[in-house]
Design a protein around this ligand. Structure first.
Ligand code: SF4
Length: 419
């Protein structure tokens, strides 16, 4: 079988991205200004941590995982990781953590490269984690707590949860509430409950729009790829709870809906529809996007981009709804839940195959280690490919081998589907 080769195509331009770049830059400039002038307190927060509470308590919020992704996509990470290894952080633990600590030790950040005049990550006044995704985030934040001599507080979430019970919610909700006195002490003001409700409401609006953006991939042809999603998710991660994120996703959604109306495909001549499971390989997005497009394959949905969909958020019940939203995430759940989740996803997006990224330094977000991919392949009579790599450490990724494996995988799909 021969797959049709096309002229190289990477990301089909999304016009709204210009506005996204502007609001992301503003976010970093505000943080930098606050850190330099001490005009606002700054909280560092894990990517699925209680950002709404921090904003409502008056903090500007910085997300180190976003910085980790920048280190990966700019390919600065691989050179910085050994600096963290040299002070005892294993090469086997999260490469966001090791590259971020390496970046701090070297005083070299993609923020200063992208935005001239900015110093890099802003100095925190407090670090707030949620272990819902992994324990690495707590150890990561503890490093900075020691460096800056500031409080590290957080939420210990149950892991591998099947059904979410009232006792789970009560436990997490009370832990979120327990953060309040420390936050009030640092910010110097009482938490305004109405402000919390307002921020949770904005975060919910952001989430609903982001979910709609992702679900648009179900159209055939899909107007959006997973690779677009990894870029477009920026505001959903770092600006949720702010009006500008809501405004941005309205704009993006309108553009994508117009693509659907006009029959514009993200990948011209879409022949194969694929699902991506696991972390992105940040330093190889362009190469992977190009290869799939050349093979007329559209990777159109992922567990990763959906990680910032928090539909449980409810402004009328902020604490309990935050507890639920940050506990019902895919990464927090057990294998049985994940299998069922994929059944619904495969049905929604009508994919021909799945790609599992087994990221060496992130076992928490690699789901091919306990046979899930094989069970799905068998159940749905669907080809599945496992890519061995990493989110940030490109020493764990073989470009040559991955290219060959993807080519063979698409050939297998073509033969199976007679295309
Ligand atoms: S989930 Fe994975 S990538 Fe994210 S912080 Fe934890 S170990 Fe790192």
């Amino acid at each position: 079988m021969k797959t049709e080769q096309r002229s190289p195509q990477t990301f089909k331009k999304i016009n709204a991205s210009k506005q996204m770049k502007e609001i992301m830059e503003l976010h970093f400039r505000e943080l930098d200004e606050a850190a330099k002038t001490k005009s606002r307190k700054i909280a560092w927060c894990t990517s699925v941590g209680p950002a709404e509470l921090l904003r409502a308590a008056g903090f500007l919020v910085f997300f180190p995982e976003n910085h980790g992704a920048m280190l990966g996509s700019t390919r600065m990470a691989t050179d910085l990781i050994p600096l963290a290894n040299a002070i005892g952080y294993s090469p086997d633990i999260c490469s966001y953590l090791t590259s971020d600590i390496g970046s701090y030790l070297k005083g070299s950040s993609p923020i200063s490269k992208a935005y001239p005049g900015l110093a890099g990550p802003p100095r925190p006044d407090v670090l707030v984690y949620n272990t819902n995704q992994c324990r690495d985030v707590q150890d990561w934040f503890n490093f900075y707590g020691r460096e800056f001599n500031v409080p590290v507080i957080g939420i210990q979430t149950h892991r591998s949860i099947g059904e979410i019970t009232k006792s789970h919610i009560d436990s997490i909700s009370s832990q979120i509430k327990a953060l309040v006195p420390t936050l009030e002490e640092i910010s110097g003001k009482k938490l305004d409950y109405d402000e919390l409700k307002r921020v949770v409401g904005l975060s919910r609006q952001c989430t609903d729009l982001w979910k709609e953006v992702l679900r648009i991939g179900a159209h055939r042809p899909s107007p959006l790829t997973f690779f677009d999603g990894t870029i477009q998710m920026g505001p959903a991660v770092v600006l949720r709870g702010e009006q500008r994120a809501v405004d941005y996703y309205k704009l993006l959604l309108t553009e994508l809906q117009q693509r659907v109306t006009d029959g514009v495909a993200a990948v011209d001549g879409e022949k194969f529809r694929l699902y991506w499971e696991g972390m992105p390989v940040w330093g190889k997005l362009r190469e992977l996007s190009t290869q799939f497009a050349e093979l007329n394959a559209c990777v159109l949905a992922s567990t990763y981009c959906s990680s910032w969909v928090f539909t449980a958020l409810d402004p009328d019940d902020p604490f309990d709804s935050m507890a639920r939203a940050y506990t019902e995430l895919f990464i927090v759940r057990d294998e049985a839940y994940k299998e069922k989740y994929f059944e619904a996803e495969l049905d929604r997006y009508k994919v021909d195959g799945m790609i599992f990224h087994d990221a060496k330094t992130c076992p928490n977000n690699s789901n091919s280690r306990y046979g899930l991919h094989e069970r799905l392949a068998k159940k749905f009579n669907m080809p599945v490919l496992v890519i061995n790599g990493d989110l940030n450490d490109l020493r764990c990724y073989s470009e040559e081998q991955t290219r060959t494996n993807i080519e063979a995988f698409i050939e297998q799909l073509a033969e199976k589907n007679g295309r």
